[in-house]
Design a protein around this ligand. Structure first.
Ligand SMILES: [Fe+2]
Length: 349
């Protein structure tokens, strides 16, 4: 580490304007980032290793989870028949597909206008040379603050009520990621099969911002019949599986076992990404831009794996400045964690 740091300092103090040195410096920076993330994630990894032991899960964590559900069962918000059907569908299959039009959530037009502006900005950023080797580009904090309607749409009462009824617990809203995935065909990151690790159950609400066909990176999710055995195989391992590895575990059932969600712009996908293996199929011919809103319980099982949107406290203060008391409870879910959990640095990888 020290050697690496010294080398990096040398290059910073003796800049040489040739591409070879620039490449070495970039490689050193990447290596330094990789190590610093690994080291700062050690406390989270240690707690995670303890918490996933059968003894801790069986005697402490799972009974506590059941107790929270019992305490909250008479406080769940009432749903319309249509929204009850959404929750039931997610319970049965892990997924429900709808559209912005069908959901008819207030301020959807403002959300779409704001998303369109970020969509264009990401397309321009993706064309810059420094993004040449990246498979995706994400909306940054400045863009999310400038287009606050996107974050605020994720706080819609209809969505929060659906999530609360699905989780059977008070909701934590972890913000969003607006991602443009490049049509380079690479199987990398969230394009590999995985499950999310924030909580026992969680919901992502994905909105397609362009038409998504088979070659344009559709969201894919396992069906219950094949997800259950694979989940059982890797219950507390968050192993990434290549498509080839996954299909070797699904002999003869892959056609019925994988749900591939092609859809037009405005398609909305509710999916439990903690219980169900999923991925973005690598886009090969068309770029895909989509927003992913993230929700879990207000006392998530693994809080050190949360807060993926990288919005700071002051960012949230700005975005939630007009929110109701109930909405603020969802945004500031981490304030309600036990003292010890609040001290834990979040995992960086
Ligand atoms: Fe995921």
């Amino acid at each position: 580490m020290f050697k690496l740091f010294k080398l990096q300092s040398f290059f910073l103090q003796n800049p040489a304007p040739n591409s070879k040195n620039m490449n070495v410096l970039a490689a050193l920076n990447d290596s330094y980032d990789w190590w610093s993330k690994r080291i700062s994630s050690l406390p989270a990894k240690a707690i995670w290793n303890i918490s996933k032991s059968a003894f801790v899960e069986r005697n402490i964590l799972y009974p506590r989870y059941q107790k929270y559900i019992q305490q909250h069962k008479n406080r769940l918000p009432k749903l319309s028949a249509a929204d009850t059907a959404i929750v039931e569908d997610i319970r049965q299959t892990g997924i429900h597909v709808s559209s912005l039009k069908a959901l008819n959530i207030p301020h959807t037009e403002e959300f779409l206008a704001a998303s369109e502006a970020v969509f264009q900005a990401l397309a321009e950023r993706a064309a810059l040379p420094e993004h040449g080797s990246k498979h995706e580009v994400l909306a940054n904090t400045a863009q999310l603050l400038q287009h606050e309607e996107i974050f605020q749409w994720g706080l819609s009462g209809k969505l929060l009520n659906i999530v609360e009824n699905y989780l059977q617990l008070p909701v934590g809203y972890d913000g969003l990621q607006l991602v443009r995935s490049h049509a380079d065909g690479r199987e990398i990151g969230v394009r590999t099969w995985h499950k999310d690790r924030e909580d026992r159950r969680m919901l992502k609400v994905c909105v397609y911002l362009n038409d998504v066909q088979m070659e344009g990176g559709p969201f894919e999710c396992l069906q219950p019949m094949v997800n259950t055995p694979i989940y059982g195989l890797f219950q507390y391992q968050y192993k990434l599986l290549s498509d080839k590895e996954l299909k070797s575990l699904l002999p003869g059932t892959e056609a019925e076992g994988i749900r591939t969600l092609v859809g037009s712009m405005g398609t909305v996908i509710f999916v439990d990404t903690a219980l169900y293996y999923h991925r973005g199929k690598p886009p090969t011919q068309h770029h895909r831009t989509a927003v992913f809103f993230s929700y879990f319980s207000r006392r998530p099982r693994n809080p050190y794996f949360c807060q993926r949107s990288h919005l700071s406290r002051s960012d949230l203060d700005y975005l939630a400045r007009n929110a109701s008391a109930e909405e603020r409870d969802c945004v500031y879910w981490f304030d309600q964690l036990p003292w010890l959990a609040k001290q834990m640095p979040k995992s960086q990888n």
